[in-house]
Design a protein around this ligand. Structure first.
Ligand code: C2E
Ligand code: MG
Ligand code: MG
Length: 706
């Protein structure tokens, strides 16, 4: 039997077609492989399945196209199950290789394993495909030549995975170029593996066998390989392109959102959140390099005035202009941000010396001070700057508060200047935090006490009543005055608790005095925050009723500035207090800006002239003129006038001459405990010159009997 071999005569056009198909399959597989790195597991698995499908179908299709291009003197029939098995093996090999080579860890050993697995799959697939040819006698393998070629195939795959790894690291514009570069060696290796096998296998002359029941002929496979597989690949590519476009649009939208969340919409400068991120990075860099970072806290002086006089839009325009100026002053590495309101931040990197920061602060002061035109009007702004340096002025988290403290110091110095941070600038803040903590405890532990300062009838010198003034017996600091803790309580929401305690304690004291036969009229001070308290009047009325006190014995003092702050609310509260029978006094009169028409509407009984006018009475004609005018005004409005802070007999004389009704001050008595005042009233243990008005002891008129 002649066992000579058939000489494969290859038609070049078909071979080029096979190569093109292999290149296309490799490109599609690599495109899908990019999705394998997705953190979303189902997406990654989908991408892996798609990439393996593209590679395996491409591998087999390239083989069948090449086979059809070989001029053989017989019809080719394949065993359908074996062809399917080849496809499955190609799929598994491709999937394993991609899973190994396309990996986040980028370990070379995985890349190598992926290369070997895919190289072996590429070489094995055409062998299996040929084995599934129904031939008798079987093929004549030229193993040595095949093995030599396999080395080249593995090399090509290795080069492909290398190029693909570059594609993952490349800038976005170069990704596709690297992907195409990877597709060339991979597609070529796929095609060459087929060529090798087909070229070096010997087909015997008489190799023929009739088609079996489960066979599929070469033409059908060629049709599938040249039409169905390219269509499938095109579909896979389309889905991959659409998915990556969708992902890119999503990423862009997310980035835009992120930028918007970190940008100040008015000035388009970074906001405080973004600035803090930069600050953290800058301080970490500074730590590594042993360098300094400086932070400038810039506050515009008088933006409130611009807002009030020219309107909010003008204020916004000023802020935008100032933001632009600051940005233009900043160096290329410096960061400018808007911290909120009228505050800006500037971060200086590159080891700025204290002189550099001071020099820049001076330039900022000048630049921001330049005239700025808003709505054709010239506005001149100034700013106060605080400077804090890292690491000298504290930890990274303290840098912004410390620069802010320095800015406040600059403001206290009159503004339009800069200050460098010093530890003493925050000493008060720590103190405040401690004091606030103690105050909360003091309210619970009853460390507060009311002192009473008598009010004197000017003409007779007799005591007519007393003003309740709060005192705090601090366990360590001793006696703390209300000018320290009342503003703190107002700022940190403790004033209501304090005010409620005050109302209760004053009423209890009036009742105690009443029970011992003293009809004392008491004034209590109301804070502006208490005036906004919805249930203030009800609380006072309840306390009066609970202690069975005549409401006329209680006076509420409201400072003139508090009465002016929210006139509608104050009017309503005062009307309700008046309706409840409680008296009203306007405290510190002359320091606020009452309008006469408003004053007329207030149902007040008393005006208390501020101590500052009394203080200057002896020396200043102006002060005398003011007091005289206030007395006349009060008389015209039918109000009683009380002068507070009387310290000398000369002041007393002038005030009496000017027509004041009552006087209050250290000249007569300092604020004292309720016990001291009781002893004085009962046993006459007070200044000899002072008497209590007889009416104060008129029990029948005083407190309602229990
Ligand atoms: P005020 O209501 O105008 O009280 C008068 C202040 O002047 C009191 O200071 C009193 O001790 C002081 N004083 C009275 N006569 C003289 C004097 O002849 N010479 C000098 N140098 N001072 C005199 P105090 O007790 O430190 O209270 C300061 C302010 O704190 C009060 O001013 C009042 O506005 C506020 N305050 C005091 N107690 C309370 C309170 O219970 N509630 C509220 N909301 N504020 C209170
Ligand atoms: Mg008062
Ligand atoms: Mg006062």
């Amino acid at each position: 039997m002649d066992t000579g071999m058939i000489d494969w005569s290859l038609r070049p056009g078909w071979w080029v077609g096979s190569w093109g198909l292999a290149l296309f399959a490799a490109y599609v597989a690599l495109d899908l492989s990019r999705g394998v790195l997705s953190a979303h597991r189902p997406t990654a698995m989908r991408a892996l399945a798609g990439a393996a499908l593209a590679l395996s179908t491409g591998m087999c299709a390239a083989h069948f196209v090449a086979m059809s291009g070989s001029d053989l003197p017989m019809a080719l029939n394949y065993d359908a199950w074996q062809v399917f098995g080849t496809l499955v093996l190609a799929y598994l090999g491709a999937a394993a290789s991609i899973a190994m080579a396309v990996d986040r860890t980028r370990r070379p050993v995985r890349g190598l394993a992926g290369t070997v697995v895919l190289g072996a799959t590429l070489c094995a697939a055409p062998v299996l495909a040929l084995v599934s040819l129904e031939l008798y006698p079987s093929l004549n393998w030229q193993v040595n030549a095949w093995l030599a070629g396999a080395g080249g195939v593995v090399g090509g795959v290795g080069l492909a995975w290398y190029c693909f790894s570059r594609c993952r690291r490349a800038a976005s514009g170069r990704t596709l170029a690297w992907q195409a570069a990877a597709a060339v060696p991979m597609g070529t290796a796929m095609w060459a593996a087929n060529g090798l096998v087909i070229r070096w296998v010997g087909v015997p002359w008489e190799a023929m066998s009739p088609p079996s029941a489960g066979s599929v002929n070469g033409e059908t496979l060629f049709a599938l390989a040249s039409l169905a597989v390219p269509s499938l690949l095109a579909l896979l590519l389309l889905s991959s392109v659409l998915e990556s476009r969708f992902k890119a649009a999503l990423r862009r939208a997310r980035e835009e959102l992120q930028v918007a969340a970190q940008t100040d919409p008015l000035t388009s400068l970074p906001n405080r959140t973004m600035f803090e991120t930069w600050l953290l990075r800058a301080t970490m860099r500074a730590d590594r390099q042993g360098q300094r970072v400086a932070l400038l806290f810039i506050n515009l002086d008088g933006l409130k005035t611009v807002n009030e006089s020219l309107g909010q839009a003008a204020g916004d325009a000023v802020l935008c202009e100032m933001g632009k100026r600051l940005r233009s002053m900043a160096g290329s590495r410096d960061i400018v941000a808007r911290a909120g309101g009228d505050e800006f931040l500037m971060l200086l990197e590159g080891n700025p010396s204290p002189d550099d920061s001071a020099h820049l602060a001076n330039r900022l002061l000048k630049a921001l001070n330049d005239v700025c035109v808003v709505d054709e009007r010239e506005v001149t702004m100034s700013c106060s700057v605080g400077i804090a340096s890292y690491p000298e002025h504290g930890a990274q988290t303290k840098l912004i508060p410390h620069a802010a403290a320095a800015m406040h110091a600059a403001k206290r110095n009159g503004g339009a200047t800069y200050c460098v941070f010093e530890p003493r600038m925050v000493a008060g803040v720590h103190d405040q935090v401690e004091l606030l903590r103690d105050l909360r405890r003091a309210i619970q532990h009853r460390e507060l006490e009311l002192y009473y300062q008598p009010k004197i009838h000017a003409a007779s010198g007799q005591i007519t009543g007393a003003e309740a003034l709060m005192r705090w017996h601090h366990p360590k600091r001793g006696m703390v005055g209300p000018h320290i803790f009342i503003p703190l309580a107002e700022k940190f929401g403790l004033i209501q608790a304090l005010g409620n305690w005050l109302i209760e304690d004053v009423c209890r004291q009036i009742r105690d005095w009443g029970d011992s036969g003293l009809r004392m009229r008491v004034a209590l001070n109301l804070s502006v925050h208490q005036l906004r308290q919805e249930d203030l009047v009800d609380r006072i009325a309840e306390a009066l009723a609970r202690h069975e006190i005549d409401p006329h014995l209680l006076t509420c003092e409201i400072t003139e500035s508090a009465a002016m702050e929210d006139t509608r609310t104050t009017l309503r509260v005062i009307e309700r207090l008046s309706a409840a029978g409680v008296h009203l006094s306007i405290d510190d009169f002359g320091t606020g800006y009452s309008s006469l028409s408003y004053l007329r509407q207030l149902a007040a009984e008393e005006l208390k002239i501020d101590r500052s006018f009394v203080l200057d009475l002896e020396t200043s004609a102006d002060a005398r003129a003011i007091v005289s005018a206030v007395v006349k005004l009060a008389q015209a409005l039918g109000l009683k006038v009380v002068a507070e802070g009387v310290e000398t007999e000369a002041q007393q004389k002038i005030l009496c001459t000017l027509g004041c009704d009552e006087l209050q001050g250290f000249l007569f008595a300092k604020p004292m405990s309720a016990k001291a005042l009781t002893l004085w009233a009962m046993k006459d243990e007070g200044p000899r010159s002072l008497d209590f008005r007889p009416s104060l002891f008129d029990e029948s008129l005083s407190v309602a009997p229990r």
